[in-house]
Design a protein around this ligand. Structure first.
Ligand code: AMP
Length: 216
């Protein structure tokens, strides 16, 4: 099953995506993680992406399409994948469709995580992220050790207030149109199922709702 996770920054795509991938026993691809690793390693892609990421802007579609193409051709992704934050513009959604068609696959389900802006700003401002395994924590101070891998928690540069505002703007202007794009695809034969998820509330309850939708 190929699953696209859509939703604003801070809506819980990463956390829920991790759980869904584990329960369905398929890998997860998060372009944000790939890009942060490239920045840390100082690769050419990292150098191209860094400034945009720190401002809270989207990186160019061509960079994302390159990541998608390489990652989706990997054999371990052939039985399905959870795509977390991979599709953030309409050209990226079109590009993903092309890449999957070439591989004889398609997007099966789009999960749209919905939360209001105020709650998102509150969550992102209180977030510290493990610099090792990328696990996010709410309300823990940077410098604390990650409960999962022991590495240090840091405040992501794009979780600073100005970058948070810019990321929300990018979501409303560039990613929201992707929802309508998938909804129109959903009406066609063989189109994806679009499922709206209320992402406010208990994390475990949200996972249960999501899994019920995916298995049902
Ligand atoms: P995330 O970890 O998903 O919040 O992504 C962090 C940052 O990486 C975003 O704010 C963007 O700058 C960049 N990024 C990740 N995925 C994409 C994408 N599909 N399109 C454009 N930029 C992206």
């Amino acid at each position: 099953m190929n699953i696209v996770l859509l939703g604003p920054p801070g809506a819980g795509k990463g956390t829920q995506g991790e759980r869904v991938a584990k329960q369905l026993d398929i890998p997860k691809l998060a372009t944000g993680d790939v890009l942060r690793a490239a920045v840390a390693a100082g690769t050419e892609m990292g150098l191209r992406a860094r400034a945009a990421m720190e401002r809270g802007d989207l990186v160019p579609d061509a960079v994302i399409l390159g990541i998608m193409k390489d990652a989706l051709a990997e054999p371990e992704k052939s039985k399905g994948v959870v795509l977390d934050g991979v599709v953030r513009t309409v050209p990226q959604a079109e590009g993903l469709e092309r890449v999957l068609v070439e591989l004889g696959r398609k997007v099966d389900v789009v999960l749209l995580f919905e939360v209001g802006d105020e709650e998102l700003v509150r969550r992102l401002s209180a977030r510290a992220t493990c610099e090792g395994c990328q696990t996010p924590y709410t309300g823990l101070e940077p410098g604390t050790a990650c409960a999962k891998c022991g590495a240090k928690l840091v405040r992501r540069k794009d979780d600073e207030p100005a970058a948070i505002r810019q990321r929300m703007r990018a979501y409303h202007e560039q990613t929201e149109p992707v929802v309508a794009w998938y909804e129109s695809r959903a009406k066609k034969a063989n189109g994806p199922r679009v499922v709206r998820v209320n992402a406010l509330g208990d994390i475990n309850d949200i996972t249960k709702t999501v899994m019920r939708e995916l298995r049902g």
